[in-house]
Design a protein. Structure first.
Length: 205
């Protein structure tokens, strides 16, 4: 049987469609770079944030951290209260590809590791582009994150497509490798300038 190419696109969101970086917020709070580095590497770490992506509430996840670092209580709570300040706009090259695919009526979906409560905040950064998506699988809703096999299975259940029907675009190599193991077409997003060519090579543009 001749392999067939994808007919739909499955997008990661953070740092593929919308720029997200906690430093964008905390650089406003910590004036000394060393203090900023120390806070993000020892207090509000990305490993700590993963619990939010799994569906743990900000309040529940912050409580033990505030108990350990009471001097940082207000700054820890800023992760939730000022989450929008971690976002710095859409990535233009990705936005252009989303629009080009929409013009061809190519089905587009999102698969994101993200707290459920922040998904509307992220959508508000680029509402016209997210409006082209037929569905979004948000880890905070599902209680499971990439690269767990289960979240890719949820994608297939929700879209009604086979893995081979989908081109999955993500900036995490672990997430890409997990998708490839299940039969997805993939593009490891490392350079926005390479995105359109990759989509074209898969025959979608």
């Amino acid at each position: 049987m001749t392999p067939t190419g994808p007919r739909a696109v499955l997008w990661d969101v953070g740092n593929v469609i919308v720029r997200w970086d906690p430093r964008a917020l905390y650089a406003k709070i910590f004036k000394e770079p060393a203090d900023l580095d120390r806070f993000l590497s020892h207090v509000c770490t990305l490993d700590w944030h993963v619990a939010h992506d799994r569906g743990v509430s900000f309040a529940d996840n912050a409580a033990p951290l505030i108990e350990r670092f009471p001097e940082h209580a207000a700054v820890i709570r800023a992760w939730d209260a000022r989450f929008d300040e971690m976002l710095s706009g859409p990535i233009p090259e990705t936005a252009a590809v989303i629009e080009a695919l929409a013009a061809r009526d190519t089905p587009q979906f999102a698969l994101t590791n993200m707290p459920q409560s922040k998904w509307p905040v992220v959508q508000a950064v680029s509402p016209a582009h997210f409006a082209h998506f037929r569905d979004a699988i948000v880890s905070g809703d599902e209680g499971v994150i990439k690269p767990d096999r289960r979240i890719y299975e949820i994608v297939l259940e929700r879209t009604g497509l086979a893995a081979s029907d989908l081109l999955f675009i993500d900036d995490s190599l672990k997430n890409i490798e997990a998708a490839e193991a299940l039969g997805f077409h993939t593009h490891h997003f490392t350079d926005p300038a390479r995105l359109r060519g990759a989509v074209e090579r898969h025959g979608l543009l």
